[in-house]
Write a protein that binds this ligand. Sequence first.
Ligand SMILES: C[S@@+](CC[C@H](N)C(=O)[O-])C[C@H]1O[C@@H](n2cnc3c(N)ncnc32)[C@H](O)[C@@H]1O
Length: 271
Amino acid sequence: MSEQSASGTDRSGVVVIDLYSGRGGVGHALDGLEINHVGVDIEDYADDYPGEFIQGDASAVEWLLDALTDYLEADTVILWMSPPCLRYTPLTQINAARYGWDEGEIERRYPGFEELNVRDVVAAINPDEYIIENVPRCDELEEPTRVNGLAFGLPFDLERHFETSFSAPHAVERGEPDLTMSTRDNYNNTEYQRRELAEAKSVPTDWPEQSVHSAIPPEYVQYLLHYCPASDGVSLPESLRQRPLSDHFVARADGGNSRAVDTATDQQGDT
Ligand SMILES: C[S@@+](CC[C@H](N)C(=O)[O-])C[C@H]1O[C@@H](n2cnc3c(N)ncnc32)[C@H](O)[C@@H]1O
């Protein structure tokens, strides 16, 4: 990792702790921004994750503090969390209806923020800034910033919500995406669709479909870190700078919670 980023800003004292990292959609984005990072996932993605990786349970607070000791000594710690979202996705509701699950079955099958100790982990790590990502229907996020691909001229919608410890405006554009991916039938897409989405998200094209789906695109990461006071000098994504800001971009810190965009589109909401 170089001391100077491409923008000439020294980010050597900054580390992003990338919890629930998966194979590393966020990790690849951080590499591109030349920001130090470490991924943590319960699965062993050491061979895929770009850079340092620790396998373990990100909801185990004591273990986490111990495993991350060296990283927590950095000058500036940014915590990124992408906890599993199956508790909150439309696909889960569809399956519950399709298979006649009893009341409470969704909660028994899929851990939510409470079971994953999300708030306890934030408190224990006590980062300079944090970002918690999830799907639009996740009601655990407090005043999230809404972001989708069309806002950056990307060929997919993929709206995601981000609770941030700092203020960032929404970046949501409405329209017809070129790439629509079915998640209703458990990722029953063609090989061609999987590859196209991987390319559009700038992740390796040999990743399995679920990893491609759940990967956060680099534009979203760069956009949020642009507003993060702890990651100095991250510019807005080029694709956004080239596009005029429309009425759809609404200041999050608007006081009155007036949102110019609707949240109806979360069909791609499984990660
Ligand atoms: C939404 S995906 C992460 C996607 C990632 N942010 C990206 O951009 O590629 C959620 C990840 O959480 C992991 N996971 C689930 N339970 C976990 C736990 N208790 N501790 C750590 N990781 C866990 C899963 O293995 C999965 O890789």
